[in-house]
Design a binder for this molecule. Structure first.
Ligand code: F6P
Length: 361
């Protein structure tokens, strides 16, 4: 069984489905099999900055119904980079030493950080600065973390987006409308492409492939000429306009957020084809709800593998899924490459093979 350890776990960045499945797996394996203690740190690094640190001991009784639960029982944040933390007086402060002190004050010997590329990069920098023992687990609906084929949360988000297309299909057909569905994904089009193919989209626009509006209108007219008077258009949120502009909204907190490209495309389609269009922005629906069985499975696999890495004292590593295996890779390798859609990969080929318009021809 080895030496008894006390380990921490935190979730960082935007939430997604499957995070609680990871927490449950870590608790089961670390406590149930290794006999360690597991401390759940609340609200990502903010929990370690607080005094006393916001943290609670987890046990098997805490995690009973977690497999099915969306979100994260630990809370999370995608705000406040601890290297330049916004203070109430408007200044920016480096609070990383407080995080390191918080880790030591809890008596932790290792930390499991569940995050996307941004969070993992920050956690790694803090771990190096403070000599902390970090193991990373990739999560993000965007599926853009390097060195792993899939991250927790993607499958659920993709399934919800595909289901949204299923639901739009018949109302589109009933009214002969062009339905535009805008989905998340930041700068990678994985959700749009996968869900678009699975949901039978006629047109899929992703940030990796610049579109020309003529190609989109041509596809709609071709369908009309065949008597197919409705059309399903999937648009990823970071698609740029034809002239290369990003379409963003300013949130009430004054931050930039992707949003609005679906409306822009729908207006262009209406203008050039005369078709009646409607727009649906799926938004955070993709991050909520019950995790899909695949995300529960991946979360369980990653959670168990992360605990085993700590048992082997293999730190500065991230668990990853590749070639039907769970492996570990240096966190550095995972964060140095941003995983966008492979233009030579099977999904682009499949979309083209199905006659789906990707906007480029
Ligand atoms: O990175 C995950 C993600 O859901 C992106 O797809 C999206 O652009 C962003 O987070 C939304 O962030 P927020 O929850 O802060 O609105």
């Amino acid at each position: 069984m080895g030496q008894k350890k006390k380990i921490g776990i935190l979730t960082s960045g935007g939430d997604c489905a499957g995070l609680n499945a990871v927490i449950r797996a870590v608790v089961h394996h670390a406590i149930g099999n290794y006999g360690w203690e597991v401390i759940g740190i609340q609200e990502a690094t903010h929990g370690l900055m607080s005094r006393p640190p916001k943290a609670k001991a987890l046990d098997l009784a805490n995690v009973d119904s977690l497999l099915l639960m969306g979100g994260t029982m630990l809370g999370t944040t995608n705000k406040g980079n601890p290297f330049a933390f916004p203070m109430p007086d408007g200044s920016l402060c480096d609070r990383t030493e407080e995080i390191i002190a918080g880790y030591h004050s809890l008596g932790l010997e290792a930390l499991i950080g569940i995050g996307g590329d941004g969070s993992l990069a920050i956690l790694r920098k803090i771990a190096q600065q403070g000599n902390l023992n970090l193991v990373g687990i990739p999560k993000t609906i965007d599926n853009d973390v390097g060195a792993t084929e899939v991250s927790i949360g993607f499958d659920t988000a993709m399934s919800i987006a595909a289901e949204a297309l299923d639901r739009l299909h018949f109302t589109a057909a009933s009214h002969n409308r062009v339905m535009v569905l805008e989905v998340m994904g930041r700068d990678a089009g994985h959700i749009a492409l996968a869900a678009g193919i699975a949901g039978g989209a006629d047109i899929i626009l992703i940030p990796e492939i610049p579109y020309h509006i003529d190609n989109i209108c041509k596809k709609i007219r071709q369908r009309q000429a065949r008597g197919q008077h409705f059309c399903l258009v999937m648009v990823s949120e970071a698609v740029r306009t034809e002239v290369g502009d990003q379409v963003k909204e300013i949130s009430q907190m004054g931050e930039d957020r992707y949003g609005g490209i679906g409306k822009h495309i729908a207006e262009q389609i209406a203008k050039y084809t005369g078709a009646e269009t409607r727009v649906t922005v799926l938004g955070h629906i993709q991050r909520g709800g019950i995790p899909s069985p695949s995300d529960r499975l991946l979360g369980s696999i990653f959670g168990v593998a992360a605990v085993d890495l700590i048992a082997e004292e293999k730190y500065d590593q991230m668990v990853a899924w590749r070639n039907r295996q769970v492996i570990s890779v240096p966190i550095e390798e995972a964060i140095k490459t941003y995983r966008t859609v492979d233009l030579e990969g099977p999904l682009v080929k499949t979309a083209k093979g199905l006659g789906i318009c990707l906007g480029d021809d």
